[in-house]
Design a protein around this ligand. Structure first.
Ligand code: DQA
Length: 142
């Protein structure tokens, strides 16, 4: 199965950025940890990070054309206000799981709202890198 894992703005800075919230591991470290846990013979994981809303939307459209089986998205702060990313997820109709490293429900009020939640099959928050793995496992059985 083919899964696309999208990380949005500022997630290229994890490990450096607010380590008390996001931990001390870099995105590269998380990617290699998750990839090691997944059976790469059965699953093709494609990772993508961008700080740009349009690039994320184009990648979602590409996933549709490329017939991906599932999408995992940590849209960073776009989660809270990007109707354009929400519409793209809804348009391509590929099962999608929303992941956040931190627990967005226990932080500032503006983070409690996700505009993409309704177009995903599940929201996983506050589990750090394990959240990505949980999302892949969920999608592989979906
Ligand atoms: C985040 C939570 C968002 O509120 C924040 O803007 C991020 C990271 C998380 O993974 O916990 O950039 O998506």
């Amino acid at each position: 199965m083919k899964f696309l894992i999208i990380n949005g703005p500022n997630l290229n800075l994890i490990g450096i950025r607010e380590p008390e919230i996001y931990g001390q591991e870099s995105l590269e470290h998380i990617i290699s940890w998750v990839t090691k846990q997944v059976d790469t013979l059965k699953n093709d994981l494609q990772w993508f990070q961008s700080n740009s809303e349009g690039e994320i939307i184009n990648k979602l459209h590409w996933a549709f054309e490329s017939k991906f089986n599932g999408i995992i998205i940590n849209a960073g702060a776009y989660t809270h206000y990007s109707y354009a990313i929400r519409d793209a997820i809804s348009a391509i109709n590929i099962p999608t799981v929303e992941v956040h490293l931190s627990d967005i429900n226990l932080r500032e009020d503006f983070r409690k709202k996700s505009v993409i939640k309704d177009v995903t099959i599940k929201q996983i928050t506050g589990k750090g890198k394990e959240g990505y793995l949980e999302a892949i496992n969920l999608l592989s059985k979906y």
